[in-house]
Design a protein around this ligand. Structure first.
Ligand SMILES: Cc1cc2nc3c(=O)[nH]c(=O)nc-3n(C[C@H](O)[C@H](O)[C@H](O)COP(=O)(O)OP(=O)(O)OC[C@H]3O[C@@H](n4cnc5c(N)ncnc54)[C@H](O)[C@@H]3O)c2cc1C
Length: 410
């Protein structure tokens, strides 16, 4: 027999974004439901598909996360401080042309942020969600349909149950079902490019620095893996779909040699230590971030190329603003509150979307003028400390200006 439940907030998606959102809103709302068709929300998280990715989280994001989970313990057990980002320009024949180094002390910080394995972050969030009596989790159960009305949203779940909620939050990833049900379109940027990510061991140490190597086809990023070991890193490699297809079908020795070559030997010889995870080069942003009784956050709203560690940091800013807006009314689905969320959040998100896609296109492209802009751009920033500091702050999401909500027509 199917059931009908009522709640204040319904969150579609139990990824990092959905879990953080549930915890962040649980102080204010007593009845939150979070569902996911692919997850078993259990205490040892054993039902979770393994996520070998790591995420670099900036200090402002970590400050916020510290309100939700025991962050100190997580960073001590499995985090790595990130205090330098090196941008490297490589020539067509794989030669190092120019290196620009951004150090956290340029902006008077000891670090930009920390690298955390997604798996550990997710386990810490799930543990807190399960302890919270205000949050109900629905394992292996997803959103099928959403219909919104002025006073509430009606949700049909994949097991046939129904939920009536004052607000629906779509945190259900880049193929968001909530977004689709609400009829919200996306702006898409599609390149004949793909990405792979995997872990490696290397000959030379890399301690608290990540390296982004730009060459036609896409960026190649080396991120030190958490822990004391200075010889293990995560690689994110974006290249033409044709090349990625060739690399991902190579035997492991040939692939390791190809990876060493693409890294310009900056960390010595490389050995592959994990399977490859692949994705396509389509990135998108929703045309609207809110709707009657509904809001979109995280990858449901913006799916960016993984450049400059922007994705989850941007999501944490979505969650911060959503909390600030929901503090303004007793009704979480208040029309003005949601409309203001959209108008404040849209421009900064669009800038990040355009910025990361532009960087990706410049890196992907073999067109000479774009290659010159890329090289000269890096040169200008390398030689101007003030510009460097501005760029770092923008990258860290600390904003160069504040956006006010548009005035609403009565
Ligand atoms: C290689 C790579 C490296 C990255 N590195 C960084 C980094 O260093 N720093 C950074 O800030 N960001 C980074 N990102 C981005 C970051 O990983 C993502 O922003 C983040 O993991 C996405 O979280 P999410 O919860 O929005 O989406 P997801 O993790 O995709 O979660 C969505 C959830 O929704 C569920 N779902 C699907 N359909 C339904 C349905 N019908 N009903 C209910 N639930 C549903 C799914 O099962 C899933 O669990 C990186 C991304 C990639 C690809």
């Amino acid at each position: 027999m199917t059931r009908k439940q009522y709640c204040d907030i319904f969150i579609s998606g139990g990824g990092l974004a959905g879990l953080m959102t549930a915890l962040s809103l649980a102080d204010k709302f007593s009845n939150i439901i979070c569902c996911d068709p692919n997850l078993e929300f259990d205490s040892d998280s054993s039902g979770l598909p393994q996520d070998r990715r790591v995420t670099a989280l900036f200090n402002s994001s970590l400050d916020y996360l510290a309100n939700l989970i025991p962050l100190e313990a997580l960073l001590t057990d499995c985090g790595k401080r990130l205090s330098e980002i090196e941008i490297v320009e490589a020539g067509g024949k794989g030669k190092l042309i120019q290196t620009t180094s951004f150090k956290s002390h340029c902006i008077d910080r000891t670090e930009f942020g920390w690298v955390i394995p997604n798996e550990n972050l997710r386990k810490a969030l799930i543990a807190k969600v399960l302890q919270n009596p205000r949050i109900t989790t629905l394992s292996k159960n997803g959103v099928e349909k959403v219909i919104t009305r002025t006073k509430e949203a009606h949700i049909l779940l994949s097991n046939g149950d129904r939920v009536v909620s004052r607000l629906v939050i779509g945190a259900d990833g880049k193929n968001s079902r909530v977004r689709e049900c609400l009829g919200i379109n996306t702006n898409r940027i599609s390149l004949p490019q793909s990405g792979i990510t995997f872990n490696v061991r290397h000959q030379l140490p890399l301690s608290h620095k990540s390296i982004e190597i730009y060459k036609s086809g896409g960026p190649f990023t080396i991120i030190p893996l958490p822990g004391e070991d200075k010889y293990s890193s995560n690689i994110i490699w974006m290249d033409s779909s044709k090349n990625i297809d060739i690399y991902s079908h190579m035997d492991s020795n040939s692939f390791a040699m190809e990876v060493t070559k693409r890294s310009l030997g900056m960390v010595g010889n490389i050995e592959i230590t994990s399977p490859l995870l692949k994705w396509s080069g389509t990135y998108q942003m929703a045309n609207k971030l809110s709707h009657e009784r509904a809001v979109l956050i995280a990858e449901a709203a913006h799916n960016l190329p993984p450049i400059g560690a922007q994705g989850l940091n941007l999501t944490i800013n979505d969650i911060k603003l959503l909390n600030e807006q929901l503090d303004k009314s007793e009704d979480p689905g208040d029309f003005k509150v949601l409309k203001d969320y959209y108008s404040i959040r849209y421009l900064p998100t669009l800038l990040k979307f355009v910025g990361t896609n532009f960087l990706n296109l410049m890196s992907f492209s073999n067109i000479l003028p774009l290659k010159i802009i890329r090289k000269e751009g890096a040169n200008i920033f390398a030689n101007n400390r003030q510009l460097q500091s501005m760029l770092i702050k923008f990258g860290l999401g600390e904003g160069l200006f504040e956006v006010k909500p548009f005035s609403r027509k009565e």
